[in-house]
Design a protein around this ligand. Sequence first.
Ligand code: ADP
Ligand code: MG
Length: 251
Amino acid sequence: MPTQPDPAVPLTDQGTNMPAKPENILVECVGAAHTYGSGRTAVVAVHGVNALITSGTQVALTGPSGSGKSTLLHMMAGLVPATSGSLTWPAWGGPPLEAAGRIGIVFQGPSLLPALNVIENVAFPLLLADVSGRVARNYASDALKTLGLTDLAQQLPETLSGGQAQRVAVARVLACAPELILADEPTGQLDHQAAALVIDVLLRASEELGAALVISTHDPLIARRLPQQWTMRDGAMLAPGAGLSPAAVAS
Ligand code: ADP
Ligand code: MG
């Protein structure tokens, strides 16, 4: 029997009587919900989510399109508020937007700045965090190399394929060495080989940086590369393993 709670399970299954140390809790969701709009047009995108992201968490967030994965990731990043329940970042003492560089998010849709070339895009968040231009460029260059994108460094985003742009967005997160990496369907536009590389890179970065990693995907083949799987349906978090077939989880 393990003596410590598994850092990467929804609170519903972990119980609240064995809390992780507060300094290790990056994100804590208790009954967290988000509703877009109001009245007749209200959409309950996320509801009743209990989840704990600690510095050891590596988790795949699975579920069909529309189940609330992106909304929950944006909530964890502090970009979308909880409209009910609570969402806190105990290790940082407040919303992560006030703690620059601690969270890196790979957005599901296009997110590169069109006027900047690839290496400038990757270096940009570092410049915002007051890193010097030369150092930022070195980090950006290393991150591009890790993802096999060095040849694209001088290109503008409009010249990239969707898959290339997605990998640049991953490089941009890695260059910042965040404490929490939230990757929203980072392989959605990639072929099998490129997808495998991106997952390898994210897992390795998470281990080398000691960063928590949450990857949303609707692909069970990607999900089972992560040690834990959480599954969403209609905005709610299911119990661990409930959304994937036993064969998919085990193989
Ligand atoms: P997923 O990432 O799993 O596809 P989303 O979080 O994008 O799920 O969406 C969850 C639900 O919220 C869906 O019904 C979607 O249509 C709705 N939704 C997402 N974004 C918005 C928005 N900005 N305004 C209104 N409804 C939204
Ligand atoms: Mg999504």
